[in-house]
Design a binder for this molecule. Structure first.
Ligand code: SAH
Length: 283
């Protein structure tokens, strides 16, 4: 099955024994994998992947490749970061072609930086393959553009919890003031507190919020809510991690750009959700 997957002709990099390629797998939909990632999957001897990598993507690997799960999920028991890094070092030193495959982009809240650094400190050669991050591609699947000229000139990507699982690390007041659109990763656990902090820092309680869970996957769920009600609405709907949370008027654009719903023949709910009263391309 995986032999039927052929890369377009090109000068694809060859994976060498003893190397580790740190690679993003995108947010879920296998079609969002990059060609470099596919090239890596076809060559690796060992694939060390985390929980957010879709099984269909792993099925594109070389059939002889060993697959090792190094999952990390908030609140659940998981491999320690140190153990994962040391496993990568061990495999590389044993002469394997190692693919470290992570959900989304390896350098966006994915600890790819730490793993890469540890490998370099142990003189292991690395290659970095970026991926589509959930906070951009996942929102796009929900019809939410993270920037829009009539909404925001800046977007902040922020994590809902720090390395201890707490939430001391983020200055939410600055985030609230500095950025029209805020995209929160790993934010479900502390959603109520985050929303309270953002409102406390001056964001409107009625401000639109969209929560996109399992983004890009067949069971993608989207909850459209507001800052004041997002935590209770999320609890009532049962929507859960993994989810990206978009705070700001960008979330309204889903009313026009929910392309999955349009593709099913439903009309746009509102072709002008920002209420501009003019064609979108004007100005
Ligand atoms: N490196 C990843 C992020 C890893 S942190 C990236 O660039 O996307 C894990 C968090 O990413 C999850 O808690 C969630 O906030 C987000 N995430 C990853 N995949 C997702 C998906 N398919 N749908 C919604 N959120 C996702």
């Amino acid at each position: 099955m995986s032999d039927s997957i052929i890369l377009p002709p090109g000068d694809w990099p060859v994976m060498q024994p003893g190397w580790v390629w740190l690679c993003g797998a995108g947010p879920g939909d296998p079609g969002l994998l990059t060609l470099h990632a596919l090239n890596a999957l076809r060559q690796a001897d060992v694939i060390v992947h985390d929980a957010l990598v879709d099984a269909r993507i792993l099925d594109w690997a070389n059939p002889d490749a060993e697959r090792l799960y190094a999952g990390k999920r908030g609140g659940k028991p998981s491999a320690k970061q140190k153990d994962i890094s040391h496993q990568l070092i061990h495999l590389a030193k044993a002469g394997k072609k190692v693919l470290r495959l992570k959900g989304g982009d390896p350098f966006v809240f994915g600890r790819g930086g730490e793993e890469g650094q540890t490998l370099v400190q142990h003189a292991i050669p690395i290659r970095i393959i970026p991926g589509i991050s959930a906070g951009i591609g996942g929102l796009a699947y929900a019809g939410i553009p993270v920037t829009h000229r009539d909404v925001n000139q800046a977007v902040t990507f922020v994590t809902g919890h720090d390395r201890t699982g707490g939430r001391t690390g983020v200055d939410w007041a600055s985030v609230a003031k500095g950025s029209g659109v805020i995209v929160i990763y790993m934010g479900m656990k502390h959603l109520a507190d985050i929303a309270t902090d953002l409102i406390g820092a001056g964001r409107g309680p009625d401000e639109p919020v969209a929560i996109v869970a399992q983004a890009t996957l067949p069971d993608q769920q989207v909850l459209e809510t507001t800052l004041a009600t997002c935590a209770s609405d999320a609890a009532a709907s049962g929507i859960g991690a993994p989810a990206v949370i978009c705070v700001g008027r960008a979330a309204l654009l889903r009313q026009a750009l929910d392309w999955q719903s349009l593709a099913m023949g439903h009309p746009a709910r509102n072709a002008d959700p920002l209420g501009l009263g003019r064609p979108a391309e004007d100005g």
